[in-house]
Design a binder for this molecule. Structure first.
Ligand code: 5GP
Ligand code: MG
Length: 178
């Protein structure tokens, strides 16, 4: 598929900010053995870089949510496609996601985790697009706040393309099938 993209956040800016976030998280979660819950698939590059910079004891599990289907617009209510394997009762849970847009998918996940009796639940998102927020949801750790544009790269896809790019790029509007 032919699509046009332009750069938004460089590889070096990503690396610098991820190191900063990891340092802050390591301070906040030292001695708490947090359970890091990655939201597949978009988190996979960010999470891998983040946890390798944290240097504290932690555990990792994944969930999968569906809210977009090969489209730059959400297709109805989010669903859980893959559930957590790790028991979360009494655990300090840190949800790691790629982008918060309307916030509906993270709102669903946070509620589901809260029902299982964790010690705490916080959210870390690489990118925040606050202009389209629909759900009341606090993002505790944000990498970058970005405008309402459709981004790809650093784990984030359009129709499963572009996940391997080392930087965050914007999909040009004429090519994104709006
Ligand atoms: P929300 O429920 O917050 O609207 O949906 C957030 C999810 O939608 C993100 O985790 C991501 O998977 C997807 N999403 C939101 N904005 C973008 C974007 O600009 N590009 C891509 N590829 N996915 C996005
Ligand atoms: Mg996501």
């Amino acid at each position: 598929m032919q699509t046009q993209t332009r750069p938004l956040i460089s590889e070096s800016d990503l690396a610098r900010r991820v190191r900063e976030l990891a340092g802050q998280l390591a301070d906040d979660y030292r001695d708490l053995n947090p359970l890091i819950v990655g939201v597949l698939k978009g988190c996979f590059v960010f999470l891998a870089d983040l946890v390798r910079e944290m240097a504290i004891p932690l555990q990792i599990d994944f969930v999968r949510l569906a809210s977009y289907r090969d489209s730059t617009y959400p297709t109805g209510a989010p669903r859980m496609l893959l559930e957590l394997e790790t028991p979360v009762a009494g655990r300090h849970v840190l949800i790691v996601d790629d982008i918060v847009d309307t916030g509906h998918s993270l709102d669903l996940l946070r509620r589901r985790i809260l029902q299982a009796g964790p010690a705490s639940v916080r959210i870390c998102a690489l990118l925040d697009k606050p202009s389209r927020r629909g759900a009341e949801i606090a993002i505790d750790y944000v990498g970058f706040t970005i405008p309402d544009e459709f981004v790809v790269g650093y784990g984030i896809d359009f129709a499963e393309q572009h996940r391997h790019l080392r930087e965050i790029r914007v999909l040009e509007p004429q090519a994104d099938q709006r």
